[in-house]
Design a protein around this ligand. Sequence first.
Ligand code: ZN
Length: 341
Amino acid sequence: MKAVHTELHRNHDPQFYLVRGVVKRTTEQPERADRLLAGLKAGKHELVAPTAFGQGPRARVHSPEYLNFLEEAWEAWAALPDAGSEMIPNMHPVRNEATYPTHIVGRLGWHTTDTSAPIGPGTWAGACAATDVAVTAAQMALDGEDAVYALCRPPGHHAYRDLASGFCFMNNSAIAAAHLRQRHERVAILDVDVHHGNGTQGIFYERPDVLTVSIHADPVSYYPFVWGHAHERGQGAGLGANLNIPLPLKTGDDAYITALETAARMIHAFAPTALVVALGLDASEHDPLAGLAVTTPGFRRIGAALAQLGLPTVLVQEGGYLSDILGQNLTAVLAGFEEAR
Ligand code: ZN
């Protein structure tokens, strides 16, 4: 399996992370990509540089005002007197009878659901590189590759049409799916990150042509808390095209594989002709965000189960934080996929 990768992710190097009222260094660090790259090299995957696709693929998923905000944000922020070294919102308007703000502090609040997507001087460049990585992988699948891996950083699945959230700015998985939709009538997105893919769900919630399935730690006691529950099934024309499978904290390999079998039945019933896997590795037993308890052999089994869906597949990197086996888990999931194909 070929893998798309660029060093341009280093432009985005966030620091701020607010956890239970305590400011810490974020877990979404450039070193994540170094460890994932080591995992790709261990698996002897051919590395491919991304093509720059410009704004077109991003604009299929994100609103014009949001893309303008992300592009202009740092310059406007840096011009404020006493501006901090990263953009952290101090308001989150709920938008009832609201007016779109023109001031950068207002726009920052408008376009974020939480404080865990800090914007720095290189965030736009890094986030754009990540969407190019995802779209390049999707284009390779359209051009005939059976399966392609996209090493995206920053991740994307918490980003909505016009909201940054949870380390995410642009939704790489959704953008890959929208790119595949040009030639595939029905596309499925299967999110195996430990966190619910709330942004992806939100983007496609009313659409019948993109199935969104997410397996994740139960949001009753885990981020993002207010999305990811089993009763969220889509809306309007999209009713029935969203499936959430919340799992108890510390769920291990066997129960995870059972959840994947449920997801597979839903995907087969939907009958898509292409698949995007939102490939978080933070369900690991050793991940610092401590949600689920999947082992490295468990990731190999997950890879095999993904391959057995039998669809052209784009695997888009989502979460997965610094642990000694982050790279090994990537090697394992891709090896499991290739063995079962
Ligand atoms: Zn995650």
